[in-house]
Design a binder for this molecule. Sequence first.
Ligand SMILES: [Zn+2]
Length: 291
Amino acid sequence: MEDFVVEPCLEINEFEENAPRASFNGLLRDAPSGNTSVVNALSQQLIYQINLIVPDALVSFDDLDVKLGDAAYPFVPPTAKQALQKAIQNRGKRLVVNSAYRTLAQQMLLFKWLNGRSPVARPGESNHQSGLALDIEDREGWLPFLKGSGWQPLAGDPPHIDYQGAGAKDLREATIKAFQQLWNKNHPEEQIKVDGQWGPKTESCLNRSPAMGFEKAPWDDKPRALRLSRPLMEGSDVRKLQQKLKDAGFAISVADGVFGPETGRAVKEFQQRNSLVADGVVGAKTRELMA
Ligand SMILES: [Zn+2]
């Protein structure tokens, strides 16, 4: 990867850790300062859109033995995940990840909130938008287990590692493109250039984007598999799923659009009743039977 950007990752991690998750329904520019998970729903749309631009660029590693910070999106390329899995197995210890993939919306907030206090990279320029970066605890202890797998420490940034092994693709341009596409999909009256470059126009549009996500979501065209995940899946597709389950008499107290444990249990029950594998994952088969 070219041009590594050194950020004060430890400081950023601590800033987010000390701020509780807030619920907020407004535009990004008005989001209350604190934990960037405040833009969870928008962030999930952005991540999904990136995978439409670069197929399988980002896979979740939330199924590994990892402890995740509230605002950490556990996404890396498949090969980088395999390397993590091996290291965790070999060490026999849980990996604590305080930051991983950081969406353009999250970086925008950190840039705004922390600028002046510490040198946070401009949105789209952080290593954490490359899809190849993690901030982990006990980096020195992990390095021998990650050695030779493509994961490298970044000098001057104590918790930070970057993946440079097989299958590494820098997603920073795609990160900006994903936002630009999503904006255009929702704003036929105010089209912006999809060039993957950060500029005043893109910044202005991002500031005016809804924290709860755009009305036209990327999964409207190509449904995503819904499941209990970390961070919790959130969006219009989850709300529709919950409403269907609720209407069919399954135990859903409120269709809030957040896929929590209750939704997971209802999905498994639905699958059992319909002789499907009760894995709690709403893929093509389960979706079909629900229609
Ligand atoms: Zn970092």
